[in-house]
Design a protein around this ligand. Structure first.
Ligand code: NAD
Ligand code: GLY
Length: 358
């Protein structure tokens, strides 16, 4: 098992990464100082696969466990689902020192984290992420929240977990499309911070795709460590944390332009990263070799690098302008200057769309 510390003073926590560590979840929670009753929030799909082993592992360490099930799907990441979680917490008499455990992908993690941030003005919570995207990205860093009918993640809070328990064995049941989409975020960490990770992916991607668990442990722990270092510098995205948005400006716009139906988040981010790399090259920030390596690796993962013809320039511009990360009419666009190096470049949505050749 590897342990990655997120150093945030009083809000510090450990990320545990390993194979089969779900069975040690109770002990890991105790190590994180968790006491009292546990609410395990999960969805119907993940419950069928992993609720029993999690329940047993926690109960055998002496915890009282109350499962709270929500429906599966991004469309349920809403205030109304949140309200059903509060109803159960209240009727089961959860107290401020009780703990909420999020067992699932990013949807469960985001909504359960927000429930923990707001129930009784904040109760401890622990993430047990079960998708690759959640294991390398959404379970770390404390962004929690729900969607609003006018946009994604518009309501939320920064609220850090007390621990993150990542069992790479859980990925064996994940549909391949979800696994590949999660890989986009791993590739992103290589591009923004770590040429060694990027080079390792170029060499060993085939082993990751067949779920070599030792390699997965290494790659996931490295990804989490990169995210942890970014969060430590800028927890609330005042500045540096925005580097994690590499590929996301165009990716988010593409998701919005296709009404969140065509792409998984990572698939849209992959296209966004290819375009961010192309813009970085066009505008003289990086060389052709860097651009070529990025495009090749994204394709090797089985991800697309092109915006479909039918997506209009206007819809992309509207998507970028709606993105809550834009300020003063300009987007803080993340460009790469080399593998492992980035900088911010202020661009309007029109300038980005023009550079896309759309
Ligand atoms: P998801 O949570 O919808 O999970 C994808 C699908 O996989 C679901 O059907 C789920 O039930 C299923 N699943 C989960 N684990 C499984 C397993 N081990 N085996 C089989 N099936 C499994 O999607 P996601 O990609 O994990 O997360 C997307 C969400 O994360 C979005 O809402 C996005 O906004 C959010 N997000 C948050 C952050 C953050 O920093 N908080 C970062 C990135 C994305
Ligand atoms: N997923 C980007 C962030 O956590 O800031």
């Amino acid at each position: 098992m590897q342990t990655v510390k997120v150093d945030l003073g009083q809000r510090s926590y450990n990320i545990f990464v390993g194979e089969g560590i779900l069975s040690a979840a109770g002990d890991l929670l105790k190590r994180a100082g968790i006491k009292g009753k546990l609410a395990v929030v999960t969805n119907s799909t993940v419950a069928q696969l992993y609720l029993d082993p999690v329940h047993d592992a926690l109960q055998s360490s002496g915890f009282e466990v109350i499962p709270i099930l929500i429906p599966d799907g991004e469309e349920y990441k809403t205030l109304s689902t949140l309200s059903t979680i509060f109803d159960r917490l209240i009727s089961e008499r959860f107290e401020r020192q009780s703990c909420l455990v999020a067992l699932g992908g990013g949807v469960v993690g985001d909504i359960a984290g927000f429930a923990a941030a707001t129930y009784l003005r904040g109760m401890p919570f622990v993430q047990i992420p079960t998708t690759l995207l959640a294991q390398v990205d959404s379970s770390v860093g404390g962004k929690t929240g729900v969607n609003h009918s006018r946009g994604k993640n518009l309501i939320g809070a920064f609220y850090q977990p007390r621990a993150v328990i990542i069992d790479v064995a859980l990925l064996s049941s994940l549909p391949r499309r979800e696994l590949v989409a999660g890989l986009a975020e791993v590739i992103k960490y290589g591009i923004i911070e770590d040429p060694v990770l990027f080079g390792g992916l170029e060499e060993k991607l085939d082993r990751i795709l067949v779920l070599d668990r030792r390699l997965l442990t290494e790659v996931i722990a490295t990804s989490c460590a990169i995210k942890a270092r970014v969060i430590e510098k800028d927890e609330r995205e005042d500045d540096h944390r925005a580097v994690l948005n590499f590929g996301h400006t165009v990716g988010h716009a593409l998701e919005a332009a296709t009404h969140y139906r065509k792409y998984l988040h990572g698939e849209a981010v992959a296209i966004g990263m290819a375009k961010a790399a192309a813009i970085s090259y066009q505008q003289g920030f990086c060389d052709a070799k860097t651009l070529g390596r990025i495009i090749k690796l994204i394709k090797m993962a089985g991800l697309s690098t092109e915006i479909p013809q039918e997506v209009s320039t206007q819809s992309l511009i509207e998507g970028m302008e709606l993105d809550k990360k834009s300020a003063d009419g300009k987007v803080k666009f993340v460009v790469c200057t080399a593998i492992g190096k980035t900088c911010f470049h202020l661009l309007t949505a029109e300038q980005i769309a023009a550079a896309l050749g759309k």
